[in-house]
Structures are given as structure tokens and as C-alpha cells.
Design a protein around this ligand. Sequence first.
Ligand code: ADP
Ligand code: MG
Length: 580
Amino acid sequence: PTAAHTHAFQAEVRQLLHLVTHSLYSNRDIFLRELISNASDACDKLRFQAIDDPALMEGDADLRIRIAVDPEQRTLTISDNGIGMSLEDAVEHLGTIAKSGTREFMQKLGDKQKPDAALIGQFGVGFYSGFMVADRITVESRKAGMAEGEGVRWVSDGTGEFTVETIARAKRGTDVILHLRADADDTPHEDKIDKYLRVWTLKDLIGKYSDHISLPIEMRKERWDAEQSKYVATDEWEQINSAAALWTRSKSDITEEQYLEFYKQLSGDGNPPLRWTHNRVEGRSEYTQLLYIPAKAPMDLWDRQQKAGVKLYVKRVFITDDAESLMPTYLRFVRGVIDSADLPLNVSREMLQESRDVRAIREGSVKRVLSMLEDMAGSDDQAERDKYAAFWGEFGAVLKEGFGEDFANRERLAKLLRAVSTHSESDTPNVSLADYVSRMKEGQKAIYYITAETPKIARSSPQLEIFRKKGIEVLLLTDRVDEWMLGFLHEFDGKPLQSVARGAVDLSEVKGAEDEAEKKDEAAQSEDHKALIERFKAALGERVQDVRISERLVDSPACLVATDDGMSTHLARLLKQAGR
Ligand code: ADP
Ligand code: MG
């Protein structure tokens, strides 16, 4: 073995460790599921890489996770024979936080030492959660395919630093050894860290959190020793979990709790999901899908480069969690698993993009997700509709990207759209296009909207005056993507969508309470005021394309409008902000 090298943790990791050791005591049990999930990920990675390079299995293809306790030493060890880590891997993966969401989260927390538990629940603490129960963690590992002499030992007490050294290690894979903290004498019984040294507590936790893990999780069989009058560990291992991937079981065998727990692990999101759908699809393409709609947006929702939320398996072998071809970008908030029976195990990135099977899976999955949303949006049950409103608040702006991305489903998306409107004072987007159409005035030909930065700014626009006077509802669109969306959404139910701030607005056929005498057509009025218009044009010169008499104003003397084919003023402002 060479000399050990000491490294400092990245600043965010130090911060995270501080949180973990000082304020996360509410549910310490989760450390076990985090470490088991890492072991399971490591086995998945090996199985995947071994498809191309079978030598990586080193003659031991029975992948499994083992958990062992040593009450005398007060250690709890989680072992796997997965992909393992090289020394460089250990320094990088166990010294920094790679996930952009977590990093952003830590930055957002700033110096707050005691953030609320709900906030913490939103992201997985991962490996570092081990320090909730351990005052020292030793990781010993060897990467698959590397020589016996190229193992690594990583040690840290979870404060500022860790050390790494090269060790000899025959076994491939990783042992995570937790040196459990000593309990203070006054620790209440149920909180004692000692409980993690008890086999039945561990079995219980595995059943609760990790039963769906598709690999066997094993513990040593125990035997009653009459002399010592206690149970002692034997050399034999027994399987604790059922080791059937959750989605492969039939729906009727899965409890709601299990679905929720699986979601938590899959997404790292502590909030229960709004809905999920679990189906086995047969036909041209055969696959199983388990898809969840989260209740809360993750930190990195706006990062379109973020990994897709749906994991691809082929015949229960994990393939990738980075398959954007499985879900369109506008549904990137969906979390879940798709397990194909048809794709080859060594499916490549290019194949994923071109395969007809993948296309069929994507189409089928999009349909499922849209149906879930439609069920909520159109439910007779107010609680369900409220759920949909909450969903729209979190993800509406993302769903709007779909108008440009998914032509085939544009009509379904239009029905799911919700907006603020002048129909009420509420600034919560809860008006559907169908609601709007049902309230259209006799003779009204178009669905009117205005885009602006906020509902308040929209409501105070002089362009709304005539609409207000005539009692015509106007949609107030204030998401950044709205301008872009409107480039694709031209009509609904046969009615064109028209901006109130663009070109000439003809409301002459709308039956209203207006005074007929006031209604002189614009051309005639322009004729009457020709001299005045010429003076305006001369004064404004190049800055405007045209000056005209308008019927859209009631109280204000003038307003700016865009030409029919021109850029809207709001879009021009957005582009200017972006420095274009
Ligand atoms: P995450 O699992 O979300 O990536 P973690 O904090 O749980 O975050 O783990 C950090 C990284 O450490 C993992 O991504 C992986 O690269 C590495 N790692 C952790 N445990 C193991 C293990 N048992 N075998 C191999 N690599 C591991
Ligand atoms: Mg992890």
C-alpha cells in the first residue's frame, strides 16, 4: 500500500455534511436505503458494461448486495460486487456533488444551518447520509477489470477532509463500512443508533425501503447458540428482499405505499406524486411502463439539458437514465421506468433515436401521461381539479413547450392549457380555452389575448379598454414561453387566437351595448383627421410604421400596437432583455 493522501471536501459537500450531521435527525433510517440504492446502481452499471465486455464479470456474474454487522466493532457494512471505484473515482464521486440540482439546492440554502425538513426531503442526500449514523466511514473498493493491486481505501470522519490510499483487494466491487456513532446515555430508546446493529431492525428497514430492489439483498443467517444464549451469525447468507423489480409485479400485488416508496427512491423527491400509471403494453411493441407525475417541480426543471426522468430497462436490465428519446422534452418532469421486451440489450444511443420500437414506446407513454392529466383536469371531483390546478402552477409553462414540440398532440395540449383572464380578478391561471369559448359574445369571432410580463401589467394595458367596455373576455398570458407557444397555437375549436395588441381589431360585429352613433368606421374617421395624422407621422418619423385612428381606446389617448405580421411589443422587450 502507498501512503494515504488527504483531500479537502468540496465546499458544498462540507455544507451538506454539516446539515446531515446536525439537523437531519428526523429520519435517520433513510441512510440504509441510500447506500443500498448506490450498491444497486453499481451492479446495474456493471451489468450494462459487461454486455460489451463480458470479462468485467471476472467469472462472478451473480450480482448481489450484502449487509453485515459486527456488534463488537460497532460496524455496519454494505457490500456489493458491482462496478466498483478506482482511486480517482473515489476522490471524485465521494468528494464532490455532481448532481446539478443538489448543488443548486445547497447554494440556495446559503448559510442557513437549519432549513426546514420539507425542503431537505426534496432531494436525496445520497452517500453522505451515512454520516447521520456514523462518525467514520471507510470505503474499500476495486473497479471491475482493474488489477488486484489497484484497490482503494477511502476514509473520512465527515467533517472537512477524507483520505485515500491504494490497497490490494481481491474482490471486485465496494464495501461501505459505517463505524456507528456511540449513543449518548439519554438518547430515547427508539432513536438509538445501536438499533442498526440489530439484525431484525435491518431486515425490517430493508423490507420497508428496499424490497423492490431487483437484486438479492442478503444477510448472514443466524443460529441460536445455547451456551451464549443468544443468536450468532453463521457463514451462510440468506436473501431478505423479494428481489422482483416493482414494475414487473402485477398491480394487484403492489400496495399504494410501495408505489409511493418506489417513487421516492426513483426521483429523490420527498413529496408524494400526484398520480401514476402502471401498464403492461402488448402489441407491436411490448413493454411495461410505470410513470409518475410529481407534485413539485425539481430545482433543475428549467435546465433542458437535464437527464430525462424516465429510466430505460431492457428485460429488467438497466440500460440508461439518459434516454431523451423516451419522453419528449416538454414532459421532462415525468418520472418513471420503462422496461422493453423487444429492444436489444446492447442498444446504442443512435439506435435509441431511430428505433421504431422506441418511437412506439414514446408515443404510448406520451398518451398515458396526457390521459392522466386529462383525467385530473376534467374530473367531476373538485379535489382532482384542484390537483390539476396545482400541477399547472408547477409545470404549465413546461407543458406549453409541447405546442412546438409535439404537433400530433397539439389539440390535446390546447385542452389542457390554463390561463389568467379578465373574466375574474384572480391571477391564478384557471381558465381553459373551452371556458373562454363558452363565454364568447354573440358575433365574437376570435379568442383574444394579451401577452405581458405580469397579469397586473396586462390588466392595466390601454389595449384592453375597448374589450372591457364591450364585456369581451381577454386571456392574459404572462409566461415567457407564451410568445413562442403562440407561434404554434393559432386556433382552438375553430376560433382563431388573436392578440389585442396587434394590427386592427374589428369588434364591429360583436353584439354589445355600444352606442351606434359612436360607430363610425375607421377609414372615415381617418379621413376626418388626416391633417392630425400627418403631423403625428412627421413628428415620429422612422420610429413608427403607421399612425391610425383606432376604436380600441376608450380612456387613453394613444397606444402602441404591433403589425399583424410583426413582432409583438412584449416579444421585442423580451429579446431586448436577452441582448438581441
Ligand atoms: P448518486 O447515487 O445520486 O449519484 P450518491 O451521493 O449516492 O449520489 O453517490 C455518489 C456517487 O458515488 C455515485 O454516483 C457513484 O459514482 C459513487 N458510488 C457510491 N456508492 C457506490 C458503490 N457502492 N459502488 C460504486 N460507486 C459508488
Ligand atoms: Mg445514490
